[in-house]
Design a binder for this molecule. Structure first.
Ligand code: HAS
Length: 538
């Protein structure tokens, strides 16, 4: 609720409807930090852990340790509370990327580190259950959903090591005043070493839902089990060695390495294209089962508006949105084209069609499904539940449309436009950005409406009387495979993890040695509102 509230406020600041440095006691950049940290880091990780617990225990039919999973939850809550306290106290206005020289209170960095450790504990709860399952089921294929959740957390484990180093070795001592400055380029490189695989850690739980639930919800089967496994294991390999595409404009890193990682970025689109074709084939199979005919007319038989299958549009609308999020990602990945859009409003437009599109809709829909399922509550107002993803999709398209066009006209991201460019009293006033910022605001308000409706459905469902459930039904009904291929190459994580680690070393060894050799002058800390060096623990 807090994360979404600050999202809507962003659009009001940017359109110049709010012309101040703060609203309701929260500063612009403080709210932007809360928006990013809550939505992109905290919500996504809690969801991935919860979905993993549910799917791993259900699919392996092996109990997870309650002590371990409770410990994971408590540690994650503690870390999140520490980071939130620092943000709300105005001591960690560093945005979700926490790049130096923006400096936060040590509680923020330590809170994030503790939060990450809590999420590792979740993975460590699944490993003994998985090993027991393998011992008891020799020769059997690991259930697809389990492969997907493990892939997500293997990526997370690899990705969080460089950021843990950044936080514990560079940022915490700097924030405590033990060091006078920090190597900004090294910190940014370690952050993006984490930050790019992070986006696939966000995406993978939703991909698991697409491969394992969507075909069944559509009334059919998954077209190819192999495609799902191949997507999951290739994302383990390709997610990490690409972070430099976020640093095309950074100094101290050679163009050759930026070019190499740019090319690898184009490769990572391949598993998503495989996903697009496999899911379209699965939808076609389901539609034809339901009487669909013709080359395109079968699309009419997809259950867009079936109240009983209210979860379907959360996944389907996410896919439609991701088509555009993915294409714009390919624009960003092109080294030369990125120079036009980097650090403009184009970027938030791209990532609201990825993380705020498929990922967020997957989180909303599946949270409602899991919470009501676990508590044996009915989903009340099914028509409203069904409408929410369509409202959200309309909102994100309008919002992102405004930001894409604004970005192409040079509108910056992460800027309180209401104070300057959208303020007629300012010498920087840009009337030509009025239309794009206002289109963005309309989209933001529609997205805010969808969230309000979601909480109405959730709260009404939570207070409804429990319903009887049929005994023996799984909590999460999963799809069967239409083509259930048995391909040994995708049945073992070890070779894929080995290649992933080798590629990471190859992709980062030279850029990091170059940065270390460059001997950048350590930078003191700053606050986003001021060009003056901040106090030690401001
Ligand atoms: Fe990205 C920046 C490149 C995917 C998130 N990205 C960001 C940032 C975020 C983000 C948060 O190369 C900003 C970070 C910041 O704060 O600075 N991104 C890509 C590429 C992909 C990509 C090549 N991004 C994602 C995903 C994200 C995400 C996924 C979150 C979950 N991104 C970049 C680059 C930058 C960047 C640069 C840095 C730019 C800069 O200047 O800083 C690819 O993985 C995308 C591949 C996807 C596809 C689409 C497949 C389509 C599917 C749907 C099928 C639909 C069906 C239904 C079947 C090829 C699966 C159809 C039905 C109908 C009726 C239509």
């Amino acid at each position: 609720m807090l994360g979404s509230y600050h999202g809507v406020l962003q659009t009001l600041f940017r359109a110049g409807v709010i012309r101040g440095s703060s609203f309701a006691g929260i500063e612009y950049y403080q709210g932007l930090t809360a928006h990013g940290v809550i939505n992109a880091l905290v919500l996504t990780t809690f969801f991935a852990v919860a979905l993993g617990h549910a799917l791993v225990s259900q699919e392996l039919q092996e109990p997870l340790t309650i002590f371990g999973s409770t410990l994971s939850m408590v540690v994650m809550l503690l870390g999140a509370a520490m980071a939130a306290a620092a943000i709300l106290a105005g001591k960690a206005t560093v945005l979700y990327t926490f790049y130096p020289p923006l400096k936060a209170h040590p509680a923020f960095y330590l809170g994030l580190a503790i939060f990450i450790v809590g999420s590792w504990v979740a993975l460590y709860c699944w490993i003994p259950a998985y090993l027991r399952w393998r011992k008891n089921n020799p020769g059997k294929k690991t259930p697809l959903a389990v492969v997907g959740m493990f892939a997500a957390f293997i990526i997370w484990q690899i990705a969080t090591l460089p950021v843990a180093f950044e936080v514990l070795v560079l940022l915490v001592p700097w924030s405590l005043g033990w060091t006078s400055g920090v190597n900004v380029v090294l910190s940014r490189t370690l952050f993006w070493f984490f930050g790019h695989p992070l986006v696939y850690f966000w995406l993978l739980p939703t991909y698991v839902l697409y491969y394992t639930m969507l075909p069944r919800l559509a009334g059919g089967k998954l077209y190819s089990d192999f495609a799902g496994r191949m997507t999951f294991v290739s994302l383990i390999v390709l997610s990490s060695p690409l972070g430099l595409h976020h640093q095309f404009a950074d100094p101290g890193i050679s163009s050759s390495w930026k070019g190499i990682q740019g090319a690898l970025t184009l490769l990572i689109a391949v598993p998503s294209m495989l996903t697009a074709f496999t899911l379209a084939a699965s939808l076609e199979f389901a539609a034809r089962q339901n009487g669909g005919r013709g080359l395109f007319a079968w699309w009419k038989k997809v259950p867009y508006f079936d109240r009983e299958r209210w979860l379907f549009p959360y996944l389907f609308c996410g896919l439609v949105i991701f088509l555009f999020g993915g294409i714009t990602g390919i624009v960003n990945a092109s080294y030369s084209m990125d120079n036009i859009v980097h650090n403009t409003a184009w970027l938030p437009a791209h990532f609201h069609l990825t993380v705020a599109g498929p990922v967020f809709l997957g989180i909303l829909g599946m949270s409602l499904f899991l919470i009501t399922g676990l508590l044996k509550k009915p989903v009340v107002s099914q028509s409203m539940a069904l409408a929410i993803p369509y409202v959200w999709m309309a909102g994100t398209f309008i919002f992102s449309g405004g930001l894409f066009l604004g970005g192409l006209r040079g509108e910056p991201r992460r800027t309180n436009l209401g104070l300057t460019y959208m303020n007629p009293a300012s010498p920087s006033y840009r009337p030509d950005w009025w239309i794009t910022t206002h289109v963005g605001m309309v989209g933001g308000l529609i997205m805010g409406t969808a969230i309000l409706l979601y909480f109405v459905v959730l709260i009404r469902s939570l207070v409804a009387a429990p319903v009887a459930v049929r005994a023996g039904e799984p909590l999460i009904p999963l799809s069967e495979a239409y083509h259930d291929e048995n391909i040994p190459a995708v049945r073992n994580f070890a070779p894929w993890v080995t290649v992933a680690v080798l590629l990471v070393v190859l992709a980062y060894y030279v850029p990091i040695s170059d940065i270390l050799k460059s001997k950048f002058k350590p930078a003191p800390g700053y606050h986003p509102d001021s060009p003056v060096v901040a106090g030690i623990t401001r």
